[in-house]
Design a binder for this molecule. Structure first.
Ligand code: C2E
Ligand code: CA
Ligand code: CA
Length: 556
């Protein structure tokens, strides 16, 4: 019966005398006997045996045990469905857990792999520009040098930006980074397939050129890289132009090991910088150009005292009537061992020390005392460059006037060229000094205009005579709408503020024509004359005049 789903009851009395209901006892007993077989035969897994104590209502003691056989099927069914539920819940829980763990593990693995790749990349690349770094440059250079032959040489070149310190001082940090990134992008685009270009630090880039045919091809490739660097670029809306000096050495003809080749490229690069060569192939006699200007600076003080400095002069001519109205004095150092040094190789370093004040005074004294000899007619003006540091000195104006007094110079014949950057170093003090000098009769010019960040409001308050457009824009304006627009706008701006405008870096007749059409007032540049020593200046001024007259196309 239990097997068929009916409960079977089995009642056992512990003590039959304790109960006087013998009928029921007998009945129970007989039942119990009769059922024993049935349950024994049919119980098995199909029924459940349950025991329940029987208590006497009168005595409260246990008088027997009720043995129950419950049908197993509904319980089994309950258990089965319970187990199914548990299995489903547990299974899906475990599945979800597995999914989570899988997700975590995949993302961790991916992150680790990415990090490993990044670490690998950073170990061999420059973080800012993404270019190979010094380590990878070394590896690739070594590999290239190993297979270099005289017929197919390998060039190791160093590219260093000119006057980067000035740029660095003028721009905010982020913009310096932007500048370097833009320049790096250009270099990457223009390097030949299979060559390596790397950032070795700061503003220095290294190049490995392989499969070359000789120095000629090397110069060709490097010239292209130098030209793309020189194209003006906009940094935060400001136009900026950088030039670079490049030095290189060839394997195996100059040296067969990377260390020596790098040293030679470095020497050549400094020679290129100091001698305005642009690109220089290593030569043994360049070796006296050491990599630091420090030793030069140590010598500069004595050099000034011993009159080793010389001035070269470059004419500034009126574009309208062709007359040379002024000459700019440009300092050089006739070094007893190193030869003629250009200002880029010692002025920036001198500007870091008080030596620059001595240099400025020397130039001013020399220029003004030579003026009579340069121009007996007495109409020519002399332009002198003034560094930020000198301009920032409290007694600068007084110093200048003292020198003019000593040399007997009419202050109206002296023009001071001050770069935008110098003005912005301490605008309030600069304004005071400029007013003082202007009152004394000197003329004032803003040099390299367009490269700095002068506020126009500030500019309008200064007693300025002339704006000089940065030569980078003039050099780049031919066939380049953007640079032409900058030149044109600076001319218009200068005129509307009541200044005359000078364009420097005029190298071609095309530039001359273009500037004339923009109504530029004064021109200066290699086309008319390079800076020359005082002995050659008279001849150069006549020649400059002739060039302007020959190109005087505008009928008045
Ligand atoms: P700057 O004042 O902008 O001088 C113009 C520079 O451009 C000169 O270089 C000049 O030789 C060069 N230049 C002239 N015409 C052309 C041209 O047509 N094309 C090209 N590509 N360049 C041209 P330099 O003499 O080497 O002077 C370089 C800088 O050194 C000057 O730039 C000036 O900032 C500084 N400097 C020169 N002399 C002195 C000085 O006596 N005192 C101070 N403090 N700085 C000086
Ligand atoms: Ca100048
Ligand atoms: Ca200039």
């Amino acid at each position: 019966e239990a097997a068929q789903g009916t409960a079977v009851v089995h009642l056992t009395y512990l003590n039959a005398d304790a109960d006087d209901d013998s009928d029921s006892d007998a009945a129970v007993k007989s039942d119990s006997d009769a059922d024993a077989d049935v349950t024994a035969a049919e119980r098995g897994p199909r029924s459940v045996e349950v025991y329940q104590p029987l208590m006497s209502a009168q005595t409260g003691t246990q008088i027997g045990i009720l043995e129950l056989y419950l049908p197993y099927a509904p319980i089994a069914h309950d258990i089965a469905s319970g187990r199914r539920l548990v299995t489903i819940v547990l299974g899906s829980g475990l599945f979800l857990l597995w999914l989570c763990l899988l997700g975590v593990s995949v993302s961790v693995t991916r992150r680790l792999r990415r990090q490993a790749a990044e670490n690998g990349f950073l170990a061999s690349h420059d973080a800012l520009t993404g270019m190979p770094n010094r380590t990878q440059f070394g590896d690739r250079a070594e590999a290239a040098i190993a297979v270099a032959t005289v017929e197919r040489p390998v060039a190791i070149a160093l590219i260093d930006l000119d006057r980067f310190k000035e740029v660095n001082d003028t721009l905010v940090h982020d913009n310096v980074d932007k500048l370097l990134v833009s320049l790096a992008e250009r270099l990457k685009l223009h390097v030949r397939e299979g060559d390596t270009i790397a950032r070795l630090g700061g503003d220095e880039f290294g190049v490995v050129l392989s499969r070359l045919h000789g120095p000629g091809e090397t110069v060709e490739v490097l010239s292209r890289l130098r030209a793309v660097l020189a194209e003006p670029l906009l940094i935060d809306g400001l136009p900026l132009a950088v030039e670079a000096s490049v030095g290189f050495a060839l394997a195996p003809s100059d040296a067969a090991d990377l260390g020596t080749l790098l040293q030679q490229a470095d020497v050549a690069m400094y020679a290129a910088k100091n001698q305005h060569l642009g690109i220089a192939h290593y030569r043994a006699d360049y070796d006296h150009f050491d990599a630091s200007s420090l030793s030069l600076i140590a010598e500069l003080g004595a050099a000034i005292a011993q009159d080793q400095l010389v001035l070269h002069y470059q004419p500034k001519a009126d574009l309208e009537d062709g007359t040379v109205t002024a000459v700019e004095a440009l300092v050089r150092w006739q070094h007893p061992i190193r030869g003629l040094l250009y200002p880029d190789s010692f002025v920036p370093a001198a500007e870091q020390t008080e030596l620059i004040d001595e240099l400025t005074r020397w130039v001013l004294r020399k220029a003004t005392s030579t003026l009579g000899e340069l121009d007996p007619s007495g109409t020519l003006a002399i332009a002198v460059n003034i560094s930020a540091r000198s301009l920032g000195r409290a007694d600068f104006a007084q110093d200048v006037l003292q020198i003019l007094h000593e040399t007997g110079t009419d202050p109206r014949r002296v023009m001071l060229e001050i770069t935008e950057t110098a003005l912005m170093a301490d605008p309030a003090r600069a304004a005071g000094t400029l007013h003082q000098l202007h009152q004394a009769g000197l003329r004032l010019s803003i040099d390299d205009f367009g490269a700095g960040q002068t506020s126009l409001g500030y500019l309008a308050t200064l007693p300025i005579t002339e704006l000089k457009i940065d030569k980078a824009f003039v050099l780049a304006m031919h066939g380049d709408e953007r640079n032409a627009a900058i030149v044109r706008s600076v001319i218009e701006l200068g005129h509307s503020l009541g200044f005359t405008v000078t364009a420097e870096g005029v190298e071609t007749v095309e530039a001359l024509e273009q500037l004339s059409s923009y109504q530029c007032d004064t021109v200066q540049g290699y086309l008319l004359s390079r800076p020359v020593g005082s002995a050659d200046l008279a001849t150069r001024m006549v020649a400059a005049r002739a060039i302007l007259d020959a190109n005087h196309w505008t009928p008045a």
